[in-house]
Design a protein around this ligand. Structure first.
Ligand SMILES: NC(=O)c1ccc[n+]([C@@H]2O[C@H](COP(=O)([O-])OP(=O)(O)OC[C@H]3O[C@@H](n4cnc5c(N)ncnc54)[C@H](O)[C@@H]3O)[C@@H](O)[C@H]2O)c1
Length: 320
């Protein structure tokens, strides 16, 4: 693809900064729009233009010189969404609605959106395909699903070319960018905090699930593989179509396998603390990434859990 100009909302955050880095490495021009609510100024890759602002005000910056928008900006803490749902409807749905309006008036007609496995809720079968029922079990997933529907109608009515990428569990690090959520809720960085000595033990929420070792199974996808899918999605987007693709490895790892892998990679004993199951935590969440393979020509290249954990561990130590 020849060099293009992209607006990356949320490009100071974990996934957005890695994707922005990949876009720059591929020779594209990038403007990051981020309000730094959960992102970091130093996360914006060198070479990207940075605008500190809200997606709700995207119309101020977006003009016809942009070829496409990659929309990462969102509130994404599942637990917080249960106690403060209004924040999630406002930021995720309100922000996306304002962005679509800004894109319509600027004539920017291509979008890649960060959707999530949380749109499916409790899976009806494994691996999960894009045609499976969507029944989110928390407001975060519900707001992301609402945005997917909003984008589908924008494509049908106004010819937008859009791809929603439904990430499963993103992990690992790339270059200077890695995972730094506050509070952290993702398993790998939490276990690494124990290895680093900033957390005493790792809580294992339920060990009596119908899985081989009784703990929950999740699909971990390396953030660099995920970034490559975004470049492929930009190239594959078709006017008038809303394409939805799961992004995962198609391989599940249990909580206990993750903890064991962290033990091997870091040499730390990682004490565990048994805890009650969390409401709305499905036993197994594994993606079928067949659509991404067929439509985007995308196959994850970094499916090895130890490699993902090593990259995350190197990032964690560098930023301790
Ligand atoms: N990390 C995962 O495992 C995962 C899984 C599924 C989906 N997602 C989705 O991927 C996207 C990125 O996730 P992440 O893990 O990088 O989160 P993150 O919190 O690190 O990044 C989000 C970025 O968006 C910015 N932001 C939030 N609201 C904004 C607004 N209104 N205007 C401008 N900027 C705003 C934040 O400051 C932050 O830099 C999110 O949309 C999330 O829902 C992430």
């Amino acid at each position: 693809m020849s060099a293009e100009k992209y607006l990356v909302t949320g490009g100071a955050g974990y996934v957005g900064s890695v994707v922005a880095t990949h876009l720059l490495e591929a020779g594209h021009r990038v403007t990051v729009l981020d309000d730094l609510s959960t992102g970091f100024r130093e996360g914006v890759p060198e070479g990207a233009e940075f605008v500190e602002g809200r997606v709700q005000d995207a119309a101020r910056w977006l003009d016809g010189s942009y070829d496409a928008v990659l929309h990462f900006a969102a509130s994404s803490q599942v637990g917080e969404s249960v106690v403060k749902p209004e924040k999630y409807w406002d930021n995720n749905v309100g922000g996306s609605m304002a962005l679509l309006a800004a894109m319509r008036s600027a004539g920017v007609r291509r979008l890649v959106f960060s959707s999530t496995a949380a749109t499916y809720g409790e899976p009806v079968s494994t691996p999960i395909t894009e045609t499976d029922p969507t029944a989110p079990t928390n407001p975060y997933g519900a707001t992301k699903l609402a945005v997917d529907h909003m984008i589908a109608s924008e494509c049908a009515a106004h010819g937008l070319a859009a791809v929603s990428l439904r990430y499963f569990n993103v992990a690992g690090a790339y270059g200077a960018a890695g995972e730094r959520h506050d509070p952290e809720s993702h398993l790998i960085p939490l276990v690494l905090q124990v290895a680093l000595g900033t957390r005493e033990s790792i809580s294992v929420y339920g060990d009596d699930y119908p899985t081989p070792d009784g703990t929950c199974v999740r699909d971990y996808i390396h953030v660099a593989d995920l970034a490559e899918a975004h470049l492929a999605a930009l190239a594959a987007a078709v006017p008038g179509e809303h394409l939805v693709c799961n992004l995962g490895n198609g391989n599940g790892f249990s909580v206990r396998e993750v903890i064991d892998t962290v033990r091997k990679v870091t040499g730390h004993p990682i004490p565990e603390a048994a805890a009650e199951r969390r409401a709305g935590d499905p036993a197994v969440l594994v993606a079928s990434a067949r659509t991404a393979h067929e439509r985007l020509g995308w196959t994850p290249a970094r499916a090895d859990l130890a490699g993902i954990v090593e990259d995350a561990w190197n990032f964690t130590r560098r930023n301790a």
